[in-house]
Ligand binder design. Structure first.
Ligand SMILES: *[C@@H]1O[C@H](CO)[C@@H](O)[C@H](O)[C@H]1NC(C)=O
Ligand SMILES: *[C@@H]1O[C@H](CO)[C@@H](O)[C@H](O)[C@H]1NC(C)=O
Length: 311
């Protein structure tokens, strides 16, 4: 009898042990993937652009996320919408955001390019897609530390067409100065749990079912005070590698609401068929190749003022 009891006790302990082992391993995985928090002031600037915002405050700063592989896109942007530096009498500046690359050859190329054009902002984080939030936050930090005198900031990508003329007109008309944030709204976004998606987000990284309202990372525009405020709260929201969602989390914490720039759609994250008249009335369009940038820009430059029907 006693022998049977001991056997049961033995089995019980065995099961208990297995359960403990299971949970401790789970915890290990949890620990490994523990959502890490963004750290301000982490990393160092490798390159800063040539601008003195105190002396000469720009109206609009365009920050373009880019990588060492996108040199042709940067050249096309410099020859097109990134070239416009005075619009409606206001100063516009375009800078590229880059991280650090694995090979010395790429690093040298990026540093030479920065010296030549004076338009690269670069920090020493590893430049991979999963670090896009670090890239965006580098832009916020740069505005906060070096250019809070700018009136507006746009964060966009290297495969975008930006109509800086129309954007400037709309910003002037809107006449907002603080706590302003606009772009293409995504109001009911949710995490994609399929492991093979580019936008896969694990339950450890983001346990909730919904994202706060945010603007598509392809192009959003804000008053420059928002950069400092987002930078300020960035350590106190969960870190997520989707930079646009991360900024959305910061905005939610700050109670800054998204606002339309115009009653018509002007941001096109899904792309848009080109026509001169169409592109005269947009702010941003996605999926643009370097060569298209050049032809679209030429078409807009060559188009007479009154060519398009007034809508
Ligand atoms: C992102 O950058 C940090 C800092 O350089 C690095 O430690 C980390 O491994 C990078 N993330 C990925 C996914 O490579
Ligand atoms: C812009 O707003 C300010 C107040 O915030 C006002 O004084 C000014 O007249 C406005 N300008 C235009 C052009 O509406």
């Amino acid at each position: 009898m006693a022998c049977l009891k001991i056997r049961y006790l033995y089995i019980f302990l065995l099961v208990l042990g297995a359960v403990c082992l299971y949970f401790s391993m789970n915890n290990l995985i949890l620990f490994k993937e523990e959502p890490f928090v963004f750290k301000k002031e982490s990393g160092v600037f490798l390159q800063l652009p040539e601008i003195d915002c105190r002396q000469n405050p720009p109206f609009l700063v365009l920050l373009v996320t880019s990588s060492h592989r996108q040199a042709p896109a940067r050249m096309a942007i410099r020859q097109t919408w990134g070239r416009a530096n005075v619009v409606e009498g206001r100063q516009i500046k375009t800078f590229f955001l880059l991280g650090a690359t694995a090979t010395q050859r790429d690093m040298t190329a990026v540093s030479q390019e920065g010296q030549r054009h004076g338009d690269i902002i670069q920090k020493d984080f590893v430049d991979v897609y999963a670090n896009l939030t670090l890239k965006t936050m580098m832009g916020m930090e740069w505005v906060h530390h070096f250019c809070p005198q700018a009136a507006f900031v746009m964060k966009t990508d290297s495969d975008m067409f930006v109509n800086v003329y129309y954007l400037t007109q709309l910003l002037l008309k809107k006449n907002r100065t603080t706590r302003f944030f606009t772009g293409f709204f995504i109001m009911n976004g949710f995490p994609i749990r399929g492991q093979f998606s580019k936008w896969f987000v694990s339950k450890y990284e983001y346990p909730w079912d919904r994202y706060p309202p945010f603007c598509s990372g392809t192009g959003y525009v804000f008053s420059s005070d928002v950069a400092s405020q987002v930078y300020d709260v960035s350590e106190s929201v969960p870190f997520i590698k989707l930079e646009d969602v991360f900024v959305g989390l910061c905005l939610a914490k700050l109670n800054i609401n998204l606002e339309e720039l115009h009653s018509e759609q002007t941001f096109f994250p899904e792309g848009l068929h080109f026509s001169t008249c169409r592109f005269k009335k947009i702010v941003a369009c996605h999926f643009i190749k370097p060569l298209e940038m050049l032809t679209y820009w030429q078409a807009l430059q060559n188009s007479p003022e009154d060519e398009c029907p007034v809508v």
